[in-house]
Design a protein around this ligand. Structure first.
Ligand code: GLP
Length: 241
């Protein structure tokens, strides 16, 4: 694992954006695995700016997002599709038909999970997967568990995640209780993994996930086993390592 320490959120965002931009410049038809949450917003701002300046061209790229709340449609401003469109897709020259997010409105979890896995395979797999990390060590919405879930599936969100994500909703009752997420196997099959972590509130989980034992109780710990991982952390996030 390549763990890079940077000063602050801005440096983290720029460095991660450079890695993603280099991927697309080197391979214009790259498949980018993308993430939501507040952490990647600065990365998307950089990519949007560089695309506007003509420095990166996304016209041949495709994207697959990690996860989506179950029950929310694209027009819902809390859906991850809406988030991606607002922060990235509408600001770069990507073909909208090549941007993919699990379909939160599909009522049949088995059908949607299979469709999403097949879609990733059809695209030729993920070239680089961007990840954030939840306070309990979740990646995508793979919550602490007794096993590592392999493929895309529907999950029940933990109280900790519902609590952490309530800041985006009017009230905690509006936070969906379930989500579709790529599985740990889906994430691990990406050719490269790029994780970004910021803030002191993530310091405990960073120490556990990257310097502790690999266990499904800390889902992010699995990336210690991936052959090509870059983790960019700011000083605060690394303060307990
Ligand atoms: C959500 C997303 C994760 C994300 C996590 C952390 O639960 N499903 O993909 O990594 O939040 O979000 P933040 O970056 O806001 O701390």
């Amino acid at each position: 694992m390549n763990i890079i320490k940077v000063k602050n959120y801005e440096e983290m965002s720029r460095m991660a954006a450079h890695i993603l931009a280099a991927q697309v410049i080197g391979k214009p038809d790259s498949v980018l695995g993308l993430a939501t949450g507040s952490t990647p917003i600065g990365i998307y701002d950089c990519l949007a700016e560089w695309c506007k300046n003509g420095e990166v061209d996304f016209s041949k790229a495709a994207t697959v997002n990690l996860d989506e709340y179950r029950g929310l449609d694209h027009s819902n401003d809390q859906s991850y599709y809406y988030f991606m469109n607002k922060h990235l897709f509408s600001r770069i020259n990507i073909d909208p038909s090549r941007t993919n997010v699990p379909d939160g409105t599909e009522p049949d979890p088995v059908k949607e999970s299979k469709r999403y896995e097949a879609l990733i395979k059809e695209l030729g797999g993920i070239d680089i997967q961007l990840l954030g990390i939840g306070h309990d060590g979740h990646i995508g919405f793979n919550e602490p568990n007794s096993i590592f879930d392999k493929e895309t599936h529907c999950v029940d969100l933990t109280e900790m995640t519902i609590e952490a994500n309530k800041r985006f909703f009017e009230s905690i009752d509006d936070v969906p209780r379930q989500a579709y997420t790529m599985g740990i196997g889906t994430i691990m099959s990406a050719r490269k993994i790029l994780m970004v972590v910021t803030g002191e509130d993530k310091a405990d989980i960073v120490a556990k996930a990257f310097y502790g034992e690999v266990t499904p109780e800390v889902p992010a710990s699995i990336i210690q086993f991936h052959p090509d991982v870059t983790v960019i952390c700011d000083e605060a996030a690394l303060s307990k390592c």
